[in-house]
Design a protein around this ligand. Structure first.
Ligand code: PEP
Length: 252
């Protein structure tokens, strides 16, 4: 269960959140928990979660290690402040900041080689879904990752995919459990074709888009859905703790 705080929280707020969250999820060891925080909060929360089963990650990075890339942050810099994971290709990066499939593929490849777990986001916009072109879009996004990433070199635990239909992000309009399963099942099938059945079985694929405490159970119950990437409902520690414990109830 992954929290995406987006561009929210000052360091003090991040520390308060983690202090409130940890005791509430201490019985949910079966659930892998990650917090994707702004760069400015990473150091503080990585320190606070050193002995807790919580992975701390960034929401983006650049695929070169250093150099003349004003404003960017590299994989070694993220690792230096204690991050172990990074979101790649979130739809807000793709739609607002013009990130292309090629950039997403380069970032994914770099994250894997640097030892950061990439959460690779894919998803269609509303017009594409309405026109019956969900899979044309999502399939192409998944394929593009493997134009750079040498799948022969990695296991299914080297990366995570997140299917996030753009029309469901921050809108309150959650995909039906059947639609989430349909897209995620197709992604897993494609990974089987591209990389191999063992990889496809092992790799984790999350759903993201208006997850809340009252819909997490039915989404998580879908055969191919391994977890959730959560924006709005992850901003309060109590609410995110409910999702972690909701996921625990499903995996038990
Ligand atoms: C997200 O930003 O990845 C997301 C899924 O947001 P929300 O849960 O708010 O729809």
């Amino acid at each position: 269960m992954a929290a995406n705080w987006k561009m929210n929280k000052l360091v003090r707020e991040a520390e308060d959140y983690v202090a409130r969250l940890l005791p509430q999820i201490s019985d949910a060891r079966e659930v892998d928990v990650a917090i994707f925080a702004p760069f400015t909060c990473l150091h503080a929360i990585a320190r606070m979660t050193q002995d807790a089963p919580v992975l701390v990650g960034a929401q983006d990075f650049y695929y070169e290690d250093f150099g003349a890339f004003t404003g960017e942050v590299s994989a070694p810099m993220l690792k230096d402040v204690g991050a172990g994971a990074v979101i790649v290709g979130h739809s807000e990066r793709r739609e607002i900041f013009g990130e292309t499939n090629e950039m997403v593929a380069r970032k994914t490849t770099k994250a894997v080689s640097a030892g950061l777990l990439p959460i690779v986001c894919v998803g269609e916009i509303k017009e594409e879904r309405d026109a019956g072109r969900m899979w044309e879009k999502v399939g192409a996004q998944v394929r593009a990752v493997f134009e750079y990433l040498d799948a022969g070199e990695i296991g299914g635990d080297a990366l995570v995919f997140a299917y996030e239909p753009v029309w469901a992000i921050g809108t309150g309009e959650v995909a039906s459990p059947e639609d989430a399963q349909d897209a995620i099942g197709k992604i897993r099938g494609l990974l089987g074709d591209l990389v191999g059945e063992g990889f496809a079985e092992e790799v984790r694929i999350l759903y993201g888009g208006s997850i809340k405490a009252d819909n997490i159970g039915e989404i998580m119950a879908q055969k191919d859905v391994d977890g959730g990437l959560v924006g709005g409902a992850s901003l309060e520690a109590d609410s995110f703790a409910k999702l972690v414990n909701g996921a625990k109830a499903v995996v038990e």
